[in-house]
Each structure stands twice: as structure tokens, then as C-alpha cells.
Design a binder for this molecule. Sequence first.
Ligand code: G1P
Length: 290
Amino acid sequence: MKPVRIAVFPVGGLGTRFLPATKAMPKEMLPIVDKPLIQYAVEEARAAGIEEIIFVTGRGKTAIEDHFDYAAELEQVLSSREKNGILTELREIPGPPGSISYTRQQEPLGLGHAVWCARHLVHNEPFAVLLADDLIKSDVPCLKQMVDAYEQVGGNIVAVTEVPQEHTNRYGIVAPGARKDRLVEIKGLVEKPKPEEAPSRTAVIGRYILQPVVLDILSNQQSGAGGEIQLTDAIAKALTVIPTHGFHFEGTRFDCGDKAGHVMANIAFALEREDIGADVRQYIARLQLT
Ligand code: G1P
């Protein structure tokens, strides 16, 4: 079995749910405390052994490229002020030279289309897909948990979690088969079904390990829910040829493309910080008294 070395990050989305913040700034650069969402996702990928990172970007996303580069002027200033801690931290963000590639999705034709835009960079290998606005707080990074499971079962694996029935129309929903520990067989997959039509409440979250055949299927460019080319549909089509599992990850997922989810993630991450956790905790305790 080939190891999972490559990760695709679709970062071309317009972030309309987060306007006006995302008018001139990519939604992936929204910070949780002091770190942009995309950096959390890239760190998670690297912790899972990912060596090559592919960003599928779009217009107005150059801040992401700048973030994963050295910042000579800033570094000079930090160095002259002997701020060595943050300097080292900034220097680590880009990773090894040449480990990040960029390609553009020219039109917003859907998540499946975005992933397909990376096909020439993925070669013929299994690859991960991470959606940065799904932020997962866990002891073991979510993708690492999935890579460990992948080494047992192979095939396609998608992260899943249970959602309220009334929210099925926001997610890819799984028709589940037998479950063993954290892994559940997937018998069917449907993108954003109405609550009354959903096969279950088990929803796909933005972490995938996929076989290259999914890219071949996406080449057909068939549009699905919302008129978009859906990744969910391509994984569903691959069910007959590729064993496919849902993975019930350990951890809490925050939908950071959503304003409330973003605020909640900030609180959860802030509370755990050594530098600001105590202040934030005190503030919240005071709020509860009033
Ligand atoms: C995408 C996928 C969907 C998945 C979701 C997870 O939807 O199409 O299947 O459940 O991410 O966040 P989006 O949120 O881009 O509409």
C-alpha cells in the first residue's frame, strides 16, 4: 500500500458566509486566536506525515502564498529586536523548500472541481484532502488518526460525525453499513440531502483520504447538488470499485466558515492557552454572573 504523502487544500472559495471580513481577505486566513485557519490545517497534515502540499487557490488568495513564505523585512525587524521565539516560529511556517505547490481553480464550479484541478500535481498516488474551515481540536491530529486507520483498511476514507437531523442539508451524508470501532462501512453517500430524505445523520467532515481513481471520475465533470461538481458524488461513484469507510474521529469539530462556529473555536482554543487562558476564563465567568 502506498503511503499518503500528498495533501490537497481547496482554498479557492469566496467565503460569502463570512462577509464583510472576507471581502479582501481569504477566509482561510481568518485567525483562531493568533493563527490562521489554513496554518492549523497544514500543521495537521504535516503531523500526519504529509510531505507535499497543494493549494488550489483562486483570485484574491495571494495572502495565503505570502503566509507560507519567508517575510524578509519583518524577520529583520524581529531579529534586531531579539524576538527570537516568534522569529523561529515564523520561519517554520513554509516547511521544506518546494514542498508547497499552487494551482488555480479559475471558476467556482464546486469542491469536486477544485480537487480535480490538482490532478496533475497528485500523480497516481493516494492523497488527502483537507478543508481548512473544518477545524478539529483533538489529542491526536485528525488526519493522523485517519492515516493510522488507512494503514489497516486502505481504500477511500472520509471523516464523519453525527449531526442533528435538521442539518443534513449542509453536509455529505453517509448510508452506513457495519461499524467496527471508529470505522464504519459506507454503502452510499449523498450530498446535502433534505432531512426527510437523508439516509442517516452521519455527516462527512472536511478530511478525506482518497485513491486517484476519484480524480478520473471527476474528469467526467458531472454536476450534482447546487449545480456544482461534488466530491461526494465522485466518492459515491467509486463505491463499487474502492472499499470506502467513514472514520468517527476523536475530537471536536468547529465549522469556522460559520460566524458562531468561528467564535466558539476562538473560545475553545483561547481557554487552553497558557498566555491568555486564565484571563478569558475569568471574563467568561464574569459574563455568567450578569
Ligand atoms: C463540503 C462537502 C460536504 C461536506 C462539508 C464538510 O461542503 O461538499 O460533503 O460535508 O464540506 O464541511 P461545503 O461546506 O463546502 O458546502
